[in-house]
Write a protein that binds this ligand. Structure first.
Ligand code: SAH
Length: 251
């Protein structure tokens, strides 16, 4: 079996129970060395073959998986966070399935959830926003024109930017152009849940300076929105005058 496993955002004990079991059973592990915490490899069996995909091409990754699968090995492709976001997993799964190799996916804790936990924040606050926009600044990977940051920013929703910590001049310009006020709160969360995590809080108008002053240009998320501020309404769900399927409203 080939399992694509989400490693979680960084802290070793934030992999799922299932993900850890798959690591423990694996005969071959290919991990994303640029972002996955290498301490997770402590769960591998002593004779497990281990490869770092940061040094490999897609073709080489697929070839190792094909070879291992033909030898009847249990294989884990270990990706950072959850594989469903910016993981380049679809191209691997499709190519393997074309070869008749069936895969499964084990989810993980995405870094955007790890960052919220570190911030002790709730992205969806009543009275402010009920939506989270997950996106990225355009770098070497193109972003469709209809998803321009300024267009997405025009919703004023919570925004989480992956892969953008090195592009903050452009990010600030687009966020302001889209309509976020210059004083909208934002945070840079560097290496969320790792031992060397850093959180820098500030406002949209100072985003590039916040990163530069702290020497951050990668492995960070940018989170933006009023959810980081002090004003919000309480949820109706727990309001005493609100009936639910589980609880009658107080008279
Ligand atoms: N699949 C991953 C994202 C992979 S893209 C996930 O679900 O988290 C890589 C980008 O994710 C990095 O450039 C950075 O923006 C973000 N990232 C990954 N781990 C991070 C962490 N621990 N803290 C902050 N950002 C992180």
């Amino acid at each position: 079996m080939v399992s694509f496993v989400g490693a979680g955002p960084g802290a070793v004990d934030l992999i799922t129970v299932r993900g850890r079991r798959l690591l423990e059973q694996a005969d071959l592990i290919i991990y994303t060395g640029s972002l996955v915490n290498p301490e997770l490899l402590q769960y591998a069996k002593e004779n497990c073959e281990i490869y770092n995909s940061a040094e490999m091409t897609l073709g080489q990754v697929l070839e190792e998986i094909r070879r291992g699968h033909a030898q009847g090995k249990e294989i884990v492709r270990l990706h950072t966070g959850d594989p469903c976001l910016y993981g380049a997993v679809r191209e691997q799964i499709d190519a393997l399935e074309d070869l008749g190799i069936v895969c499964e996916v084990c989810p993980g804790v995405s870094s955007f959830c790890g960052a919220a936990a570190s911030l002790k924040a709730e992205y969806t606050l009543p009275g402010l926003t009920q939506s989270v926009i997950i996106t990225r600044a355009e770098g070497r990977t193109a972003v469709p024109e209809r998803e321009r940051l300024s267009l997405l920013a025009s919703h004023g929703a919570t925004m989480v930017l992956f892969l953008s910590a090195g592009l903050l001049q452009q990010v600030r310009a687009e966020l302001l152009l889209g309509g976020y006020a210059p004083k909208t709160p934002c945070a840079i969360v560097y290496k969320a849940t790792w031992k060397d995590e850093k959180i820098i809080r500030g406002t949209v108008e100072r985003l590039p300076e916040m990163a530069a002053e702290n020497g951050i240009n990668k492995t960070a998320l940018i989170v933006v929105g009023e959810f980081l501020g002090a004003d919000y309404r309480h949820s109706r769900l727990y309001a005493p005058d609100f009936s639910t399927a589980y609880r009658e409203a107080a008279p």
